[in-house]
Design a protein around this ligand. Sequence first.
Ligand code: NAD
Length: 343
Amino acid sequence: MVSAMHTVTLIPGDGIGPEITAAAVRVIETSGVPIHWDRQLAGMAALEKFGTPLPEETLESFRRNKVALKAPLTTPVGGGYRSVNVTLRQEFDLFANVRPALSFEGTQARFDNVNLVTVRENTEGLYAGIEHFIKAEGKTIAAESIALVTRTGCERIVDYAFRYARQTGRKKVAIVHKANILKCTSGLFLEIGREVAKRYPDIECEDRIVDACAMQMVMDPGQFDVIVTTNLFGDILSDLASGLVGGLGLTAGANIGREAAMFEAVHGSAPDIAGKGIANPTALIMAGVMMLEHLGEQAAARRIEQAVRAVIKEGKHVTPDLKPGSTCTTQEMADAIVARLQS
Ligand code: NAD
């Protein structure tokens, strides 16, 4: 059956962004799924051309298409610019940040049995952007930041995590918090989390304190299935999970709202290797896999994932972050994945 044409907002991003975007687009197109790419700028590339890191045209395109594949953006330092990523998440109410960490055979990661998904609340908590300096006699003497946690926000993210677990055949959800110290914000999250869990008797629920959870993830990640947590804890734990499976070059994330969804690599624009052609394209390709699943293109998603896994397992065409000393380029790794898909 031939799929209908999908239109996707494509943001090639900054730093290594354009290099890995070219690779990901080529791989996704090889899968045969018909996609019209609506290319838009954001980040430094947009700031240079339009004088703003998030032009109205880009917002309009995403509003229209409701699906975006976004490469990493460099957040301009100073100038009063807010992070474009944070703005996009809040503007489109992309409340769930879903970050799978799956072991890849053939990597030199610490573990080979990691298969966990972090579901991070994406719009509230300490990232709500409510902060200010306190000045006295012209001098900054303190800084204050407010963590905003709402009943609605907690309920929808925990419910999303349990529904996700059920739909993907997962068995267990860990509610991660710091309610022993942050009695109000983390306390409310835990209380509502436990209430929501009762609606899902088929899914095991446990709660863990974030610091102990971090230690247990490093010692024995195989015990985790789905983790649901607030914004800051989720940000840190999902990067930790990326480290468990071999680094930031491998992991992707989805930002899901009621109406729109944006797919991205977990890593940033990697200015230290930008322009060298050696960035690992896997994370953005895996973001493309998550996007295809969202678009209902499960068969193509599986084929791409299998091709990526085969190339990494074989180890001949992988970038230096996966095999120190390798001279394989982003393009050569993408060529190998394309060849697998075509074979
Ligand atoms: P980073 O993720 O860009 O880089 C951290 C390290 O990982 C670097 O050594 C880099 O070379 C390496 N790395 C990252 N991706 C890689 C890949 N695909 N292949 C090989 N190596 C890779 O983090 P940073 O240096 O802290 O941030 C750089 C910029 O990216 C900052 O402006 C930051 O704000 C931005 N950022 C954007 C996003 C996003 O758009 N989603 C996420 C994180 C950081």
